[in-house]
Design a protein around this ligand. Sequence first.
Ligand SMILES: NC(=O)c1ccc[n+]([C@@H]2O[C@H](COP(=O)([O-])OP(=O)(O)OC[C@H]3O[C@@H](n4cnc5c(N)ncnc54)[C@H](O)[C@@H]3O)[C@@H](O)[C@H]2O)c1
Length: 355
Amino acid sequence: MKKTYLITGCAGFIGTNFVYYMLKKHEDILLVNLDKLTYAGNLENLKDVEKDPRHVFVQGDICDKELVKNLIDQYDPDYVINFAAESHVDRSIYNPEVFVATNVMGTVNLLQRCKEAWYDAEKHIWKEGKKFLQVSTDEVYGALGAEGYFMESTPLNPHSPYSASKTSADNFVKAFHDTYGMPINITRCSNNYGPYQFPEKLIPLMINNARHHKNLPVYGDGMQVRDWLYVEDHCKAIDMVSASGKSGEIYNVGGHNEKPNIFIIKTIISELHERLKDEGISETLIQHVTDRLGHDRRYGIDPSKIKADLGWYPETPFEKGIILTIDWYLTHEEWMNRITSGDYQKYYDTMYQNR
Ligand SMILES: NC(=O)c1ccc[n+]([C@@H]2O[C@H](COP(=O)([O-])OP(=O)(O)OC[C@H]3O[C@@H](n4cnc5c(N)ncnc54)[C@H](O)[C@@H]3O)[C@@H](O)[C@H]2O)c1
């Protein structure tokens, strides 16, 4: 049976990968993609599906009540999956308000509009087959010491304005389930890496800088440990949770790939050095800079629940994923140049403004 999805923020990194993953995996599907196209949204990412009738792009804000209502009325989605967010921790430290607006208020707007469309308050019944899925992060749990893992039951203890806003959104999603019985799921994933990631984030930043013999800025001692997951494995998890996750449940998503940042950077240097046979790419480019304020030391996900309940498992080991990722950025130099020069923002105007 054909399923319709309202997906938000899918001109960004994970959302773009999700669009490609879903269109490849499911023949009979409609993806309605609502994205504001902030600096992090790049419509050029989706040019390969421009003519695919199974993907409809709508530029707009998840905070826009009327627009979200109209989209739900028009397309009657089975699933609403909320990827849209301000996602960069450093930016949240300097401008927390926009994180509250999009990550909290935007999520509440989506919840409210879904409730209006799906809920009969008098009879206290929800339309069959509807679900809201919130794409969240392991950062809501705070930081770990050397031992242990984040479980779904780990108390929420966010530290950055970014993670505080994501925690608040998660709490609202859970509250809509607890208060009104809304069918929901929340996924909390570890750090993703792969194609189409905006080059302010660690891996594409380091690849791009190293290639051009620029300094590689490393926060503090570089020993902050993150649990890295290849983005396609995250997309697979979201697909499985939307289709089969039990309503009200939270699922942690991670691949037990814990690596310190400095290890990632040294791996990128040695792979690029080897591939490009470039003597200028070496560890001398590493430059330790003042650590990020409130920088969490270690994240580590326990993914046993999603494995046991839904049969999800990560298919791409880090050793393979990092090579796929480096190769993608090496073969998409034009994409990187257009992002770093800001030219990608003109693409929307060229393609859509005068239609
Ligand atoms: N990147 C990771 O490692 C990671 C890990 C776990 C969870 N997440 C979560 O996954 C989601 C996607 O992350 P990402 O890395 O792809 O982010 P991203 O920054 O690459 O993309 C975010 C997208 O949301 C859009 N957007 C921002 N504000 C909007 C608004 N008000 N209305 C509509 N669209 C808006 C942007 O234009 C952009 O296309 C986020 O919710 C993030 O918290 C990310």
